[in-house]
Design a protein around this ligand. Structure first.
Ligand SMILES: [Fe+2]
Length: 168
């Protein structure tokens, strides 16, 4: 999705008018799949488990990852505001939207790299087996309750469609 968003931003920076519908569906993906699903798993399950296990070396990383999540939510709200301005006929919102999309992908790429190198690996190595089992069960529960049946499939279909439109 981040590659698709970069391609959307590049097109908008060249002055092409983005498809509002594609952007609205992208925003929905970011809200549900990225925020409600991934960030909720970390905020409600993984980070508390790391804290309970007393892995103090990771605490600073967790604080920065939580700050990224908050910033990401703010960025997504800004995307929604800018789309609304475009819908209201404010063409100046186009380049602001391109910048906001690029800013979001930069934030998320750095975030993902930092959580993989400084958080997930350590958690895999150091969390006790029972905590790891509880996490797996919890992740499955969030998938069921927060994201819901059929939603993953529809997001995969969206990714296929947008990849075709923007990356080929
Ligand atoms: Fe995260």
């Amino acid at each position: 999705m981040l590659d698709i968003m970069d391609a959307m931003a590049a097109a908008a920076q060249r002055g092409e008018r983005p498809s509002i519908d594609d952007i609205l569906q992208t925003i929905e993906f970011l809200r549900v799949f990225v925020d409600k699903c991934h960030h909720t798993k970390e905020e409600q399950l993984l980070f508390p488990a790391i804290r309970t296990a007393g892995m103090l070396a990771v605490e600073e990383v967790i604080v920065s990852l939580l700050a990224d999540h908050a910033q990401g939510r703010g960025s997504v709200s800004r995307l929604a505001t800018l789309v609304q301005r475009l819908l209201d006929g404010d063409e100046s919102a186009n380049s602001a939207l391109a910048d906001a999309v690029s800013g979001y992908t930069r934030l998320l790429r750095e975030h993902i790299a930092r959580e993989e190198s400084d958080c997930f690996d350590v958690a895999d190595r150091e969390l006790p087996p029972n905590a790891q089992e509880e996490l797996v069960e919890g992740y499955e529960r969030i998938e069921r309750e927060v994201v819901g049946g059929g939603v993953h499939e529809s997001f995969h279909a969206l990714l296929d469609r947008l990849s075709e439109a923007y990356l080929s």
